[in-house]
Write a protein that binds this ligand. Structure first.
Ligand code: F6R
Length: 611
């Protein structure tokens, strides 16, 4: 949700910022801009992708050693040159880039208008820089102090970085609720919304905390809290390689990330699961482990794809552990006054670890006495920091906006958690426990086999890519997978798709079935397959076109379906990890065939840091 980059040091700032914006474009891409400290401040911004800004700036003298940049995902005001960042103060001496939402911006805006401020954009960000400047001028105080005073009045989430024409050797940054990383080089500093623009320059980083203000010079980083008390920066080493954030020969990040899954699932299990010895070690769950095993109720909080992972976990945990699980959209949970009791366990699931609704839901659950376990992918993210304990998914950076490898890693982690609880509580017998460990361990190898179906799935995509709607059906653990398949298709092909429990079809969606409707049915060999067969008959009787996901060697479904995708057999508890992969590929190929930019689907952003 908007990407921010800034640089201060001996290098030319523009190339560093431009490259950083390209790396952050997955966070938002409706407009982009930069401000550099050159003869005061020069601001350049453009509606569209970062490449359009680059073209616009080609051939200009942009030499400067300090600058800020932004790639936008609109919240206030349509995407346009005027609303693009950076925004400037009335006299143009301050420039700001901002990620987040200022919730009381209308009130602040009115106050400024009453004081004759002329605002040129529709954004809350421009209001913020005018507000800060107003405080600075009326109090005759340094910028740093004005920022602190302003932020005490601001309601909402933000990361800001400010460039000051009068102090071109200085950047001021602050955060609340949105991420900010500062990379520490030799006599230089790099700032960004995540570590991907920083990793090629330095591995030493500081994750700025909420309510901290950073005063940054080329050779100095000072952190203060909002009450002006010095804070000691906690310097961490990045565990991120440059190769992990580049496409490595694939045409899109999404397909690269789909193909990475055998490795990412393996990495997620590595060091934790040892099937031959029957052990499961989850290092991130220690102090609160007994509380987890003894809990009488688990609530899962997440959004989007992570919510689908939570739904799979509900099926797994209730099946294996006999503990009731409720799955909540974070955005509903935070506002609907849910019943949370001391001793309840919350799982907050998030790839980015920065989803605004999930963060607020965690805070509210903690206030009500719950213990929170985070399952997230980004090390050091806000979910990781707000949770009591947790388990990282270790899928590596996910750049494609549509989540793929993070989802399968979440499922791998959640399967291990379910198995761990079941083992501790003796709710599965030894044979089943060991069988499931072996099944989980075999998933990376089976995922390799599924990926061999890529070309076959592309052919299916060719056949159906002109459809207007799709229906995805599944039962049991395959139901959330159907939801996820439909979401992937919607996101990147803009085809309307719905996921449903197969039996629910008769309560409504069957009305949609005719010869133009492709129905993707998860019909693998499990205890529901005979029921699914009846559902397929019902669809065929209404001339629907069935694309069935079946188990290798299947005959019954194959005889009925128009197209089949045959995957290796897997125990139904861990099979969702495998079954989603063909659905990811189908969505990918349809999106590509329709000519869309699958890595940057319209209106979406990777990390939803605003509610
Ligand atoms: C879908 C997708 C989104 C995210 C959702 C939650 O492909 O990526 O639905 O799953 O925005 O994001 P995280 O997991 O970062 O909290």
């Amino acid at each position: 949700m908007c990407g921010i980059v800034a640089y201060i040091g001996p290098r030319e700032a523009y190339p560093v910022i431009l490259k950083g914006l390209k790396r952050l474009e997955y966070r938002g891409y409706d407009s982009a801009g930069i401000a550099i400290a050159q003869d005061g401040i020069q601001v350049y911004k453009k509606k569209g992708r970062v490449s359009e800004l680059e073209e616009f700036l080609a051939g200009r003298d942009l030499s400067a050693h300090c600058g800020i940049g932004h790639t936008r995902w609109a919240t206030h005001g349509e995407p346009s040159d005027r609303n693009a960042h950076p925004h400037t103060s009335a006299d143009g001496r301050l420039a700001i880039v901002h990620n987040g939402i200022i919730e009381n911006f209308a009130q602040l805006r009115q106050e400024l208008v009453n004081k004759s401020h002329h605002l040129r954009s529709d954004t809350d960000s421009e209001v913020l820089i005018h507000f800060i400047d107003e405080i600075r001028l009326s109090n005759s105080c340094p910028l740093e102090e004005a920022v602190r005073i302003a932020l005490k009045r601001v309601v909402g989430a933000y990361v800001i970085v400010i460039l000051d024409a009068d102090h071109p050797d200085l950047l001021i940054a602050a955060r609340k609720g949105s991420p900010l990383v500062i990379g520490i080089g030799k006599g230089e500093h790099f700032l960004a919304s995540d570590a991907s623009p920083i990793v090629e320059y330095t591995q030493e980083v500081v994750f700025v905390n909420d309510y901290e203000v950073a005063i940054i010079r080329a050779d100095e980083l000072v952190l203060k809290n909002i009450s002006n008390e010095l804070q000691t920066p906690y310097v961490q080493k990045l565990d991120l390689e440059l190769a992990a954030i580049e496409k490595g020969g694939f045409p899109h990040f999404m397909i690269k990330e789909i193909f990475e899954q055998p490795r990412t699932i393996f990495d997620c299990l590595r060091g934790r699961l040892d099937a031959p010895s029957g052990t499961l070690t989850l290092g991130g769950i220690r102090e609160y482990a007994q509380l987890l095993y003894n809990t009488r109720r688990i609530i899962m909080i997440a959004c989007g794809t992570s919510w689908h992972a939570a739904l799979v976990a509900e099926y797994m945990i209730e099946e294996l552990c006999r503990i009731p699980v409720e799955v909540e959209y974070a955005s509903e949970f935070r506002y609907r006054n849910p019943v949370v009791r001391t001793g309840d366990v919350i799982f907050a699931i998030s790839q980015s670890g920065e989803t605004a609704d999930t963060l607020v839901a965690i805070e509210s659950a903690r206030q009500q006495g719950a213990i929170v376990f985070g399952v997230c992918n980004v090390v050091g993210s806000s979910v990781a920091r707000l949770s009591h304990e947790g388990v990282y998914t270790h899928a590596g950076p996910e750049i494609g906006v549509a989540s793929t490898k993070a989802f399968t890693a979440q499922l791998a982690v959640l399967s291990m958690i379910a198995l761990k609880i079941a083992r501790e509580n003796n709710t599965v017998d030894d044979t089943r426990y060991r069988h499931l460990l072996h099944e989980l361990e075999s998933i990376p190898g089976k995922a390799e086999t599924v990926l061999l179906l890529n070309e076959h799935i592309r052919q299916i995509a060719v056949k159906y890519c002109q459809a207007r709607d799709f229906l995805y059906l599944g039962r049991g653990l395959n139901f959330p997978v159907a939801l996820e398949g439909a979401l992937k298709l919607k996101e990147i092909s803009y085809i309307h798709a719905e996921g449903y429990p197969a039996a629910e079809m008769k309560h409504g969606p069957i009305a949609l079935v005719d010869e133009s409707l492709p129905v993707v049915i998860l019909a693998t060999r499990d205890r529901f397959q005979h029921k699914i067969l009846s559902n397929i008959q019902e669809i065929k009787a209404r001339k629907g076109r069935v694309i069935a996901l079946v188990t290798e060697g299947d005959e019954a479904v194959t005889a009925l379906a128009d197209d089949i995708i045959a995957v290796p057999e897997a125990d139904e508890v861990v099979a969702p990890i495998l079954h989603v992969i063909p659905l990811q590929l189908l969505a990918y190929h349809i999106g590509v065939l329709k000519g869309y930019d699958v890595d940057k689907p319209r209106n979406l952003a990777k990390s939803v840091t605003v509610e």
